[in-house]
Write a protein that binds this ligand. Structure first.
Ligand SMILES: Nc1ncnc2c1ncn2[C@@H]1O[C@H](COP(=O)(O)OP(=O)(O)OP(=O)(O)O)[C@@H](O)[C@H]1O
Ligand SMILES: [Mg+2]
Length: 312
């Protein structure tokens, strides 16, 4: 890549744009504000939320990707165009764009990303598998003949791969991510406490309180919601234990996929992953601010009953 080229991480939850010598130029939610009458995109990212809030009757904020895949081509293309424009791409500057895609995307899905990026103003588009991009970003020695293991827990998908010699050796993707964790927390609070909470509140609880493994984590958190019986605003106190219990299903699915992926890898490479202590990048499972993270990571590795870090 030349210094002018851009890298694009078009995620279900967040979109990032990176340029070699300028770093991260854009990092905002994958959202686009749309005028539903003519499907025109009016703004992207946080601006989209503001536009929809200011004119709720006529503007809706929409997520144009589902589980890592473009679900609305035209809106995605318009969103990328707005994003590229916001980082200075115009008629005079038409960079090449390297976009990452889920390893298991189909040819049609890959072509959709390429076409959307070019239609949005790029000179050309190149694709790279997400775990490879994640490994490069994390500084793993992927070009060496040792195995590296990456687990990328996103909003709508979790992708993991064993990498060696610059390529993907084994990979696995499951349609489980942070959004599913938010959903099980919402469900838990509704069924256990009879209180409805919004997606944003659930996400905050996940980040402040969520864990996959018992941690020396602080106190309970109070959250505001709506009493399901009388419709009145109310407060409910949630403990780390009950949130861990609520998260057990998505976390368990990630742990199981992690074990499967390692089991399918050539034994010598899977063992490298252990030796080099690359725990699943479990930032999703780590309550923000937990002392010593990521080494205190409760992570998937601990789901097999081994003691927490350093486990290998
Ligand atoms: N500290 C944290 N603890 C727990 N979850 C977090 C934390 N920070 C971010 N998340 C969650 O990570 C998810 C977004 O991750 P990311 O931006 O990698 O997704 P994405 O790349 O857009 O999605 P995908 O890869 O599935 O297409 C959200 O669900 C968010 O709540
Ligand atoms: Mg992602």
């Amino acid at each position: 890549m030349s210094r002018r080229d851009l890298a694009l991480d078009l995620g279900t939850a967040n979109t990032l744009v990176f340029q070699g010598d300028r770093g991260i130029l854009y990092n905002e939610p994958t959202l686009v504000a749309v005028n539903p009458r003519n499907s025109e995109a009016l703004g992207a990212g946080r601006e989209a939320l503001g536009l929809a809030a200011a004119d709720a009757g006529r503007v809706v904020a929409s997520r144009p990707l589902r589980r890592g895949v473009i679900s609305d081509f035209d809106l995605t293309m318009q969103m990328i165009r707005l994003i590229l424009r916001s980082v200075g791409v115009g008629r005079l500057m038409r960079p090449r764009v390297l976009a990452c895609v889920p390893t298991h995307s189909t040819e049609v899905e890959r072509r959709a990303v390429e076409e959307a990026v070019v239609a949005a103003g790029a000179r050309s588009a190149f694709l790279v598998d997400q775990p490879l991009a994640a490994a490069v970003g994390a500084g793993l020695p992927i070009h060496e003949p040792v195995g590296s293991f990456v687990v990328d827990v996103g909003g709508g998908t979790t992708e993991m791969a064993v990498l060696a010699m610059g390529g993907v050796v084994t990979s696995k993707a499951i349609p489980v991510g942070g959004f599913d964790m938010d959903a099980v927390i919402q469900h838990h609070v509704r069924s256990r406490h009879g209180v409805a909470i919004g997606e944003n509140a659930a996400e905050r609880i996940k980040i402040e309180l969520g864990s996959a493994y018992p941690t020396a984590h602080p106190a309970a958190v109070e959250v505001k919601g709506r009493n399901m019986t009388n419709g009145m605003p109310t407060y409910v106190i949630l403990t780390p234990e009950e949130i861990r219990e609520a998260l057990a299903e998505p976390v368990g699915a990630i742990a199981a996929a992690t074990r499967d992926c390692l089991a399918e890898s050539p034994p010598e490479l899977a063992h490298d992953g252990e030796r080099h202590r690359f725990p699943p990048s479990a930032s999703l499972l780590i309550p923000a601010g937990t002392p010593g993270t990521p080494t205190d990571s409760p992570a998937c590795t601990r789901a097999d009953g081994r003691p927490p870090w350093p486990p290998w």
